[in-house]
Design a protein around this ligand. Structure first.
Ligand SMILES: Cc1cc2nc3c(=O)[nH]c(=O)nc-3n(C[C@H](O)[C@H](O)[C@H](O)COP(=O)(O)OP(=O)(O)OC[C@H]3O[C@@H](n4cnc5c(N)ncnc54)[C@H](O)[C@@H]3O)c2cc1C
Ligand code: SF4
Length: 340
């Protein structure tokens, strides 16, 4: 273990100030030599592996703002404080009733112990599980820019078929983020310039030529809240996750769906795909394909074809394209048939 300093500020402003005292630009996703700790379940793991090497840790768990730990359900939205634990959000009766997709994406993630510890802010910023990223002896453009990508010609069964580049094809593995991007959520961020709100869709960056820069956050930006809009689509929503085993495993393919229906006809579909892309993946082409259509098997298959039209397989992950399509078809039809 490398030496590091530890601070536990009492206010968001003090945490921003602590993170802003940077020595030099450093580790993604915050591009800082300081890293925040939420639950620590991702960060501590990567520090032990030598992948994350922060010089300073800024622990968010001493922050005194009660809004950071609160879930507020209004008529038109749910607001989650960023220090809310995954298990508290997953078990929240109003969240489950008003928008089952959100609760399901959380309860199907990780293990009970991890969900009790992990925060929503840390969850959306979890880093990839690419085996070559996690093992520091391999070439990895995300960990060491310019070093190459061992996954391209390596064992890439877990890797992405959507959103990849010549530099990186690592999958974004989180589940909650798929619900958030499907539902057009927003994140509230506090940083050196004060507070701002951004679309969740703007938070994660495609790998492109700089896979080491994973998010749009600045060095001292703290996610303080996540807002999920509610509307006619929220109750008819669900998360379907397909994995190697039924518990404690990341998605090979998943689908986050919310449907606003007029009888059998889709007014508007909100769709995201997990396990198959480098970032939380809004399936816009599938949403458009369903607009104004009767949602039957044939329309669901057409939407799935549209969703994967730009997919690029690699040696071991071509199976994700038919798996992703059938996951989406099943999720669409099951969501259509929900009794709401
Ligand atoms: C074995 C295993 C299985 C798992 N399976 C799944 C799964 O199936 N699905 C799934 O979605 N996840 C899964 N996870 C990941 C798990 O959900 C994450 O580790 C967890 O959600 C991270 O939250 P945390 O609060 O512990 O983050 P931390 O480890 O505290 O932080 C993660 C990152 O976010 C930054 N950060 C934290 N909070 C903030 C904030 N408020 N503002 C700005 N930056 C912040 C940190 O600096 C760090 O870079 C699994 C993890 C393990 C170990
Ligand atoms: S896929 Fe991305 S994270 Fe994995 S080895 Fe290649 S560059 Fe690194």
């Amino acid at each position: 273990m490398r030496p590091f300093s530890y601070e536990r500020p009492a206010s968001v402003a003090a945490a921003v100030a602590a993170a802003a005292q940077r020595a030099r630009p450093r580790t993604p996703p915050t591009q800082s030599d300081a890293q925040f700790i939420g639950g620590g379940t991702n960060l501590a793991d990567y520090m032990k592996l030598g992948v994350a090497q922060p010089e300073r840790l800024v622990d968010l768990n001493g922050l005194d703002d009660p809004g950071l730990r609160r879930i507020r359900v209004d008529d038109d939205r749910i607001v989650f404080g960023s220090l809310v634990r995954m298990s508290d959000a997953a078990d929240h009766a109003e969240v489950r009733r008003r928008c089952p997709l959100v609760a399901e994406s959380l309860v199907l993630a990780a293990s009970g112990q991890i969900r009790n510890m992990a925060t929503l802010g840390g969850n959306v910023l979890q880093r990839t599980r690419c085996e070559y990223f996690r093992e520091t002896s391999w070439a990895c453009n995300k960990r060491q820019p310019g070093s190459g990508c061992a996954a391209m010609d390596g064992f890439n069964r877990q890797h992405a078929v959507l959103g990849g580049s010549d530099q990186c094809i690592a999958t974004y593995h989180g589940d909650f983020a798929q619900a958030l991007i499907a539902l057009d959520a927003r994140v509230v961020v506090e940083g050196q310039q004060g507070a701002r709100t951004m679309a969740f869709a703007e938070l994660h960056r495609l790998p492109g030529d700089t896979p080491n820069i994973e998010t749009a956050l600045g060095p001292a930006d703290i996610i303080v809240a996540i807002e999920v809009p509610l509307g006619p689509w929220s109750a008819r929503s669900r998360y379907l996750k397909i994995r190697d085993r039924e518990s404690y495993a990341f998605a090979l393919a998943s689908a986050a769906i919310a449907l606003d229906m007029n009888g059998d006809t889709v007014r508007h579909a909100r769709i995201a795909l997990g396990g198959v892309a480098t970032v939380p993946w809004k399936a816009k082409a599938a949403e458009e394909a369903l607009q104004g259509k009767v949602l039957d098997k044939s329309a669901a298959h057409a939407a799935a074809e549209a969703a994967f039209a730009d997919a690029r397989p690699h040696e071991h992950n071509a199976f994700k394209i038919p798996l992703g399509k059938s996951t989406l078809v099943r999720a669409l039809l099951e969501t259509r048939d929900m009794k709401v």
